[in-house]
Design a protein around this ligand. Sequence first.
Ligand SMILES: Cc1cc2nc3c(=O)[nH]c(=O)nc-3n(C[C@H](O)[C@H](O)[C@H](O)COP(=O)(O)OP(=O)(O)OC[C@H]3O[C@@H](n4cnc5c(N)ncnc54)[C@H](O)[C@@H]3O)c2cc1C
Length: 407
Amino acid sequence: MTVVQLPEELVALREAIRTFIQREIAPKEAQYAQEITETGTFASLQEEKRALRKRSAAEGYYSLFMPEEAGGGGVGYLGLVLCVEECMRHGLLLAMPGGVLPSVEGPTPILLDGTPTQQERYLQPTMRAEREACFALSEPDAGSDATRIRTRAERADGGWVINGRKHFITHGAEADYVILFAVTDPGKGARGGISCFLVDTDAPGFEVGRRQRTMYDEHQAELVFTDCRVGEDALLGKEGYGFYSAMRWINGGRVSIAAMAVGVAQHLYERMLEYAKVREAFGRRIGANQYVQGMVVDTLAELTQARLLVYDLAARLDAGADGRQEAAMAKYVATEMVGRVADRAIQVFGGNGYMTEMGVERWARFVRAMRLYEGTSEILKTNIARTLGLDEPTRAPAAAAGPAPTP
Ligand SMILES: Cc1cc2nc3c(=O)[nH]c(=O)nc-3n(C[C@H](O)[C@H](O)[C@H](O)COP(=O)(O)OP(=O)(O)OC[C@H]3O[C@@H](n4cnc5c(N)ncnc54)[C@H](O)[C@@H]3O)c2cc1C
């Protein structure tokens, strides 16, 4: 493994983000300290995040990871990892995705497939944090196997008519438009039969269905399309290439989640260490006990391992690796790590860790979903195994079997 040298300009960028967080976020969030202590969050979080996104966009942070040609910062994977980790390590709600740096509502390279008119209508205002998106692929019967989606788009009267139902869509109830994946040629499946559309949420026939409450928050929703009519120009990119489009950009999402995991783990490690040094039991600090030391030290060791791996894999992606193995491995290792760390953090804090007022338990709830979205851990392992050639069909010995069967 190469040891990644962090370029000076990326270290400076990380420093600038830290300053932005300390200046714009920490004092603002402190105003809600009482409410956060009582409930684990605060009621105007989304409103404050929306305002923050605009300030972040004005300073160029919000579109850092979009190419310079499109007006973004042109920062690559290693830069993304450093910036996302920095945002998460402070343990501040407003610095989480969708605050300083984009989450699903923000600019995504998928929008670069758009025509100049689509870029002007969707990409540019999204980069300025004036319009917000959601990404609608999953359906009740199609999650890990997204090739099974049934939402259908058919040509009619010079446009498209869409019917179907999406679920678990993050930010689905708040978005201005939907990046929607629908079947345009049922005979072809994912190999040319799925297309991507940009659907405004005021399109006739579109409605937000049930809000889906999770163990962390309530920002997932069902989206329902009933004879939803959109123009010919709603198609994003080439007809039939929607699934390839989604898969092409998935590495960025996976690496970003890996960096979030490292940032949260860093925050929890610092909290555990501090607590282990001050909390007393049996006449001494709890950190003087080897069992507690083990929890803190295992956390530091696993966090350090994961960070080095994520930095290295991000640098490989910047160097041109195709990413199927790198992005999957980064997300798999880092999200499994932070799951263990978040559980340990509660243990080190004892009963206090389980109470909302300590601000520890919410991280265990938040990080749990990281092993599910953008590829479950099992799917990531399957993907990695495929890059190792482990899912090749079994071939009988040549002499006995004659010509090899066509796969
Ligand atoms: C908080 C949250 C936010 C989300 N946001 C969005 C969003 O914005 N947009 C969107 O489109 N989707 C979103 N999703 C959906 C997410 O992408 C899916 O939940 C995920 O792909 C898993 O699909 P599933 O839930 O249907 O699980 P299933 O596919 O039903 O899987 C169930 C279990 O079977 C395992 N499994 C399935 N196939 C295999 C296999 N081949 N080998 C081994 N194990 C397997 C899985 O790993 C899992 O453990 C979100 C989900 C969550 C939890």
